[in-house]
Write a protein that binds this ligand. Structure first.
Ligand code: DC
Length: 216
């Protein structure tokens, strides 16, 4: 067991992972890592280079050679600022295919572990953080919310048609949770938190309490 404190925040799209994980990192004075942004950065490079997202070897090679800098809320891949592009519809629609690629996943896993070693742990959000990447995390939280609430949050953030967004979230959830490599799933030892009817403060306070108890 490493002495690093890793808090894993996993769950489907729109469950509130980023909001909760950032506030939690702040409260616990830990660094924060958005691993979804890493898969999105690979996807952005794949699309801009005109590659087929299903070309496993070529996409794996883009991931391996990618120079990625994530700091102060910006994401720079191979020298280009892709902070806005990684949230585009094109990237959102293609990212599940790239995230199902085992070569990409192995590379992202290595980078995530290196990041943690470098920062003495952190609050890390994703889909497989507690199940695969950091099985020894101090606390594993599985955040969830009803599909409608998750779609409503996305519409409030970025606009769009609620029914279409709900359908696209459901499609991505299905791809993420049925892929062969590191699917999205609760881990046996995760704490499940439904964020549908709770305030951020309430959720963050209760997770901080859980972390403190684990560290006693
Ligand atoms: O959290 P997000 O929506 O930004 O994630 C983008 C995609 O990346 C999502 O479809 C699932 C995938 N992902 C993953 O497979 N593993 C992670 N640890 C994080 C994200």
């Amino acid at each position: 067991m490493s002495k690093d404190v890793v808090v894993a925040i996993d769950g489907p799209a729109g469950a509130g992972k980023s909001t909760v994980a950032k506030a939690l990192a702040n409260a616990l004075k830990l660094k924060y890592l958005d691993t979804g942004a890493m898969f999105r950065a690979v996807t952005s490079l794949v699309l801009s280079s005109g590659l087929d997202t299903h070309d496993e070897i070529a996409v794996g090679s883009i991931a391996r050679s990618m120079n990625l800098v994530m700091e102060h809320g910006t994401v720079v891949a191979n020298g280009s600022d892709v902070t806005a592009d990684i949230r585009s519809m094109a990237v959102t629609n293609a990212v599940s295919t790239v995230a199902a690629n085992s070569l990409v996943r192995a590379n992202m896993r290595d980078r995530q572990r290196e990041w943690s070693d470098h920062n003495n742990g952190g609050v890390i959000e994703g889909r497989d953080i507690g199940t695969v990447v950091f099985p020894d995390a101090v606390l594993k939280v599985y955040l969830t919310a009803s599909p409608r609430v998750r779609a409503e949050r996305r519409v409030a953030e970025a606009g769009g048609n609620i029914n279409e967004i709900e359908r696209s979230i459901a499609e991505r959830d299905l791809k993420d949770s049925t892929r062969a490599d590191s699917p999205l799933q609760e881990s046996a030892d995760s704490v499940v938190v439904d964020t549908s009817n709770r305030t951020i403060d309430d959720i963050v306070n209760s997770i901080v309490e859980l972390v403190r108890e684990r560290l006693k």
